[in-house]
Design a protein around this ligand. Structure first.
Ligand code: BEZ
Length: 392
């Protein structure tokens, strides 16, 4: 007669078999990755570069992560926060994606956060810099592979002050990204003794800048600090030169001002200095390999948006390998993502406790149609993550 089996042994056996079943199922089922990105409108080129870089990085891995074949499901978010709840639900509730990625626009990210926090969907933010993503709304299931608004703008204040620019005008698209990046810049600039003479908020995605540029000419500041990106940035820089301001009032911004749009801006962009966690001229092996592969695959130059797409897949690859593709083992998968370290085209990559990258911020200048690195504006920049209780 066999000895009675204890309740504990039964529970252990059941748990083991559930886990084994999940792993077996994970081995067969496709890994559904949702892409919530703009494929139309002002930020379309940004969304396309993120998606193309993700797919290229996946192709390099046989279109599999953690042993599971990838199925991409994409939705054009149109950079429209009003449509974001429906678009996120399409992917999270309708498609039941295993992992949600995107968006570009901070307003879309804010709407997305409400849903993914509730549904506990593993989410990797691939661009949007909204502070709340890794601040007040931070969550164990949400990571960001790009930057926070603070990281892209705060470090620009010191080099501007060092170059003798004490009186500035701020100009920006009036939504969370623009507002937060101006607040971050002001934090550094006012602390260093600078003064803001005027803040010009332009509705997103307006690109009618003429009247504002005339006002800037009459205000005669030492410099202008701006946030514009994508097609709006291309137009702003050309309009700035056409208004005769280029050689009179120094133009600065977070690096999105000249990122991915240098060809369209042409000579008008020459000399512009910006701060960002990436520059195409970064001299490291990962950047060279990545830029060559992206150019070969797309016939376009890589940019900061493509880097985020590439690094999203790199991080997922390392973490999913540790759990053999079992996205159901979310606690273990989150721990694996938290431990991820690799050499990104931007330099060393790791996540902070709030799940935002800790990264160097470079001071860059456009020279000969390229982003040249002038130096490191902030070493190992870590977003203050105000309001995030996770990991504390
Ligand atoms: C944002 O909305 O967070 C954003 C959009 C474009 C470039 C950078 C940031």
């Amino acid at each position: 007669m066999s000895a009675p089996v204890s309740r504990r042994a039964l529970l252990t056996a059941a748990a083991t078999s559930v886990l084994a079943g999940r792993v077996r199922a994970a081995g067969k089922a496709k890994l559904k990755i949702g892409l919530l990105l703009p494929f139309s409108g002002t930020y379309a080129a940004l969304g396309v570069n993120i998606a193309d870089a993700m797919k290229l990085a996946a192709r390099k891995r046989g279109d599999k992560l953690g042993g599971r074949e990838i199925e991409w499901v994409q939705v054009d978010d149109e950079s429209d926060p009003a449509k974001a709840p429906a678009n996120v639900n399409k992917l999270v509730v309708g498609e039941k994606v295993d992992i949600l990625t995107g968006p570009v626009h901070s307003g879309v990210a804010m709407a997305m956060m409400q849903i993914v926090r509730q549904e506990k969907t593993l989410t990797i933010v691939t661009n949007a810099g909204a502070q709340a993503v890794t601040g007040t709304l931070c969550a164990p299931n949400v990571f960001r592979t790009s930057f926070s608004n603070w990281q892209s703008s705060y470090p620009c204040a010191e080099p501007m002050l060092k170059e003798g620019h004490k009186k500035v005008v701020l100009m920006f698209w009036n939504y969370s990204f623009g507002q937060e990046s101006m607040a971050a810049f002001k934090e550094g600039f006012l602390k260093g003794g600078g003064a803001v003479v005027k803040e010009i908020a332009v509705p997103f995605p307006t690109t009618e800048f003429q009247a504002n540029l005339s006002e800037i000419a009459s205000l005669k500041p030492d410099a202008v600090f701006v946030f514009f990106a994508g097609a709006g940035a291309a137009k702003f820089v050309k309009d700035y030169a056409d208004a005769g301001l280029k050689d009179k009032v120094a133009l600065y911004g977070s690096g999105f001002l000249t990122e991915g749009v240098l060809a369209a801006q042409g000579a008008a962009a020459e000399g512009i200095k910006t701060t960002l966690h990436y520059a195409d001229g970064l001299d490291n092996a990962a950047n060279k390999t990545f830029r060559e592969a992206f150019k070969k695959a797309t016939a376009r130059d890589a940019d900061v948006y493509a880097v985020a797409g590439h690094d999203t897949i790199h991080a997922l690859d390392l973490a999913l390998a540790k759990v053999q593709g079992d996205t159901g083992a979310q606690k273990e998968l989150i721990a694996a993502l938290e431990a991820v370290r690799f050499d990104s085209p931007r330099g060393a990559f790791r996540f902070s406790k709030a799940h935002n990258p800790i990264q160097d911020i470079y001071l860059r200048q456009v020279k000969g149609g390229k982003q040249v690195v002038l130096g490191v504006a902030q070493k190992d920049s870590e977003d203050p993550a105000a309001g995030c209780a996770m990991g504390k």
